[in-house]
Ligand binder design. Structure first.
Ligand code: FES
Length: 337
């Protein structure tokens, strides 16, 4: 455990497999064979790399297997070096520092699910499809990618689940068009029949989507008329939907109740950096509002959320905030720190 109460350890790369061009899957184990912390579908792990930034990767193995964790990493040419480090330096027998797991994309119980993956966004959905199948839920997976060969785990999914899985390689069929699958459920009870897929898009369906930003935005747009909370998304890049930045130009008072401190958060300085500069230990990782590591309980004050983690309901409740990017809309914020 680290000071923040999260599991943190050095694990062994027990297996490394190329699961698609530029996608490597790593199986991690404890060097002494100890059990690893339990996790649930949707969880991700921090890789604390020797060089390069800390990066987050979804666990894509079997939650029942306590002896190992599995992740899959796409080499991102335009990334910040994390995936290149994984591809170039982590081989079987090497070690890597990890922290977590953490879950902001948990699978909630439902009778029907529609899973939507774009590219490497398939990783958190793999254990979700397995869990949905085991629970006897009615589910479908839409999985888009550049080419069939580039789509990690595609053959495995199609072989195992047959026509519950709809693969949409862009070079064969064009971009994955969500509209036919996500027509508002009140218009399509109980099922929507779309070309090549009977999607379980009816009342009570939950939609889980992970992939590149345009796909996430398309899902948000298509689900605009769905009941609140029907769509859950997982982002590994910050939102690009033009968050209000007015509060960034204003200072506000920050009260840390457990530390007994009253501070001022200056414009252009984050709450996280202000707290850290005052000597209060806080855990953080991405500093761009996507990983959830810095989530902090809010006791008073109106939060101006800028993260890509919390759902609309969680934002509206104002109970927690990501202090690396979110601020205060008013003059005073009180945190449980
Ligand atoms: S450090 Fe990742 S959300 Fe704040």
């Amino acid at each position: 455990m680290n000071p923040g109460g999260e599991y943190e350890d050095t694990l062994l790369v027990a297996r490394r497999e190329e699961v698609a061009p530029d996608v490597v899957a790593l199986t991690l184990r404890h060097p002494a064979g100890r059990d690893l912390p339990a996790w649930e579908p949707g969880a991700h792990l921090d890789l604390l790399l020797d060089t390069g930034p800390t990066r987050q990767y979804s666990l894509c193995g079997d939650p029942a297997d306590r002896a190992s964790w599995r992740i899959a990493v796409l080499r991102a040419p335009a990334g910040r070096g994390g995936s290149a480090h994984v591809h170039d330096t982590l081989t079987e027998g090497s070690t890597v520092r990890v922290r977590g797991p953490r879950n902001h994309f948990a699978l909630r119980p439902a009778a029907r699910y529609l899973f939507i993956a774009g590219g490497i966004g398939i990783t958190p959905l793999l254990p979700m499809t397995a869990a949905a199948e085991a629970a006897g839920a009615d589910w479908r997976l839409l999985y888009g990618g550049r080419t069939r060969a580039s789509m990690a785990f595609a053959d495995e999914l199609a072989d195992r689940h047959g026509d519950k899985v709809r693969l949409v390689p862009q070079d064969e069929e064009g971009l994955l068009d969500l509209a036919p699958y996500l027509t508002a459920p009140h218009l399509t009870a109980p099922y929507l029949t779309a070309p090549h897929l009977t999607a379980p898009a009816g009342p009570g369906t939950l939609v889980y989507c992970c992939g590149p930003e345009p796909l996430l935005q398309a899902a948000e747009e298509a689900c605009r008329d769905w009941p609140e909370g029907s769509l859950r998304t997982e982002r590994f890049q910050p939102r690009t939907d033009g968050a209000d930045t007015e509060s960034e130009s204003r200072a506000f008072e920050l009260v840390l109740t457990r530390s007994g401190l009253t501070l001022t958060v200056e414009p252009e300085r984050s709450v996280l950096r202000t707290v850290e500069a005052a000597g209060v230990p806080v855990l953080y990782s991405c500093e761009e509002g996507t990983c959830g590591t810095c989530e902090t309980d809010v006791l008073e004050g109106e939060v101006d959320h800028h993260d890509s983690v919390l759902t609309d309901e969680e934002r509206a409740s104002g109970e927690t905030m990501m202090i690396c990017v979110s601020r205060c809309s008013g003059p005073r914020l009180v945190l449980d720190l």
